[in-house]
Design a protein around this ligand. Structure first.
Ligand SMILES: [Mg+2]
Length: 316
């Protein structure tokens, strides 16, 4: 073989390896997302005592994951099937998964939307009509992280596909802004994993402010990135909102603050997230996903992974 051909065939081999590696990325992030989801759900009752509870030993499993992980698995399936977010396919996957396994703690409106899509209503009309103008809930943000990892090299694609993934069920600009922010945070945590923590944090904060559309959610993030990480989550949750209202602006800024203050420590990130109360499973799902984008699955304590209920396969 001549040198030129050898070079080209080497390139082809390395790009094949890259594509194979890319296919693993959504699952890496999902491991963190689902452990966070299940841990938050299990500890929501008595959340203020979660640190003491963990200090006594890892709570016995299985820790059941909820709608957050169920919908993120749907995003992963869509990426595996077509390498992108196609709204018609994603709507179909979400509705099918809801029909198969409806008791995962879906919100009332989410359940109604997924039921209607499953009955053949066009997703665009159903999504626009929710709350007369679209949902601004945190449901689009809670499930979006796998696509941030998938498109991590290209933040324009992250924003584009986060928006598409959101509007299938969350037409409201706040719901979409929340999804874009969490996707960008995940993508940036992934692409800066080899940088020192301080450098990574600066890049993530800068990109978040540049890429999140003008919204109440973005204003909250702008405040979040200036708040001292040494403050207690309870205090900061009172200022930014802790997800009690289950809207994107009440949830995502706090999640960003929590993820950035503990980006190098999965266990601390999740304990402090749940300690603050609010929408514990959803907050912890998003924080778990962003932190795992930096640390990889090896950053998750092995006994926590083992305690979490098994995830469904990646291909539906
Ligand atoms: Mg949930």
């Amino acid at each position: 073989m001549n040198v030129g051909l050898e070079f080209v065939s080497g390139l082809a081999r390395s790009s094949r390896v890259d594509e194979d590696a890319r296919k693993q990325r959504p699952r890496v992030v999902l491991e963190g997302l689902s452990v966070g989801d299940a841990f938050g759900e299990m500890c929501a009752y008595g959340h203020a005592e979660v640190r003491k509870r963990v200090a006594l030993g890892v709570p016995a499993g299985p820790w059941w994951w909820t709608d957050d992980a169920a919908m993120a698995v749907g995003i992963e399936e869509c990426l595996h099937r077509c390498g992108a977010i196609e709204e018609d396919l994603l709507a179909w996957i979400f509705a099918r998964n809801y029909k198969r396994d409806p008791d995962r703690g879906y919100g009332k409106m989410a359940a109604r939307i997924l039921q209607q899509i499953g009955e053949g209503e066009p997703w665009e009309r159903v999504s626009k009509e929710a709350f007369n103008g679209g949902s601004m809930g945190n449901g689009a943000a809670m499930r979006v992280a796998p696509l941030g990892a998938w498109f991590a090299e290209d933040l324009d694609l992250v924003v584009k596909h986060a928006m598409k993934s959101a509007r299938v069920t969350h037409w409201h600009p706040e719901g979409i802004a929340g999804a874009i922010a969490v996707a960008v945070a995940t993508a940036c945590a992934w692409r800066t994993r080899d940088l020192a923590l301080d450098a990574a944090l600066e890049i993530i904060a800068t990109e978040l402010l540049q890429r999140t559309p003008e919204s109440e959610t973005r204003s909250g993030i702008a405040a979040a990135v200036t708040i001292d990480p040494r403050l207690s989550p309870e205090v900061v949750g009172r200022r930014l909102g802790n997800g009690s209202l289950v809207t994107a602006p009440d949830t995502v800024p706090f999640v960003i603050w929590l993820a950035l203050r503990s980006l190098g420590d999965f266990q601390e990130a999740l304990i402090s997230t749940v300690e603050a109360g609010g929408d514990c499973d959803t907050n912890a799902a998003m924080v778990g996903a962003i932190v795992t984008a930096r640390l990889g699955v090896s950053g998750i304590p092995a006994d926590w992974l083992e305690a979490r209920e098994a995830l469904p396969p990646a291909d539906g």
